[in-house]
Design a protein around this ligand. Sequence first.
Ligand code: BGC
Length: 366
Amino acid sequence: MKKGFKSFALLMVVLLLTALVAACGKGDSKVSVGIVLPTKDETRWIQDEERFKDALKGSKYTTEILFSQGSSAKEKENVETLINRGIKVLIICPQDGDAAAAAVEKAKAEGIKVISYDRLITKTDAVDYYVTFDSVSVGAAQAQYLVDNAKGNGQPLYLYAGSASDNNAFLFFQGAWSVLQPKIVDGTFKIANSSEAEALKDTKELSRDQMSKIIGQVTTNWDPNEAKNKAQTHLTAASADMKGDVAILAPNDATARSIADVFATDSAVSSYVVTGQDAEKASIQYIIDGKQSMTVFKDVRTLVKDAMGMAVDILENKDPQTTGSYDNGKIEVKAKQTNVIVVNKDNVKEKLIDSAYYAAGDFTGL
Ligand code: BGC
């Protein structure tokens, strides 16, 4: 009898503990907004993490930021972890736009609202909102810089692109092509490193498939090492008339620096103009030093503010404000878009230091 009571009591304790553990796992640790960013290996996303942390100071809502380290499997795991923490809103920048669909579909099935952050999640209806910079205008601004700084006629043009698994890489290229293509046709530029682009040079508006062909040839995969290797291969293969004063479309700062380093060491390249984007600190120093020509400054503070603003609206049952929409291959996703700023040596101090984005002490030679 006594023994029976003891095991009954033990059973009750075990049941109670199990219930407690389950409650902690689901919902009760009170994270309201989950944030998933692609990787810590690219400075761009560390910028976003820092700006999220700044924006969240003093917020009454709890948040958690997880990184996917360049892996869609890890990204899905992160989303599952956040679902188990009871989030109501998920802000996610996908590693791979198509692959992230499965992860956000799980969130949607739990009634969680999904905000695609900076990069669009594609081919799924499980995305509620998209906050982004005007990525087409990023590419157009890069190309316009090359056009404005072109030297004479028949200047060699080297094209590089982002990763084909990132929808933004297409938007950037689309914007760049819209400005470069007429200048290829009129002879200002001659394409140095892409037979696919050369074959399509008379096509003003490229289809997604046509862009895929070019991007497939000149992708950096957003990886500075891959960018460096490609630039080396291209310069080794280039004939003398593809050297001299050259123009280089580099998709972002990290790849721009490594491509610039390669072009700087080729004695047959007398000068180069190279684009970038993100206003990474290392590239700001390169611009001050005259090693990178420009960057496109995307004020991450605004993107973070917009994403958190939307999340809070959702938590408070209000309808978030949007300014347009993006086709993700399955639905039109309601979007809020932010403008970008072109930065070069002439305005770098005004746009990045005087605006308090960076401290002057972070740079030399300002
Ligand atoms: C972002 C860029 C970034 C790139 C590589 C793109 O989706 O918009 O800012 O440089 O990914 O991380």
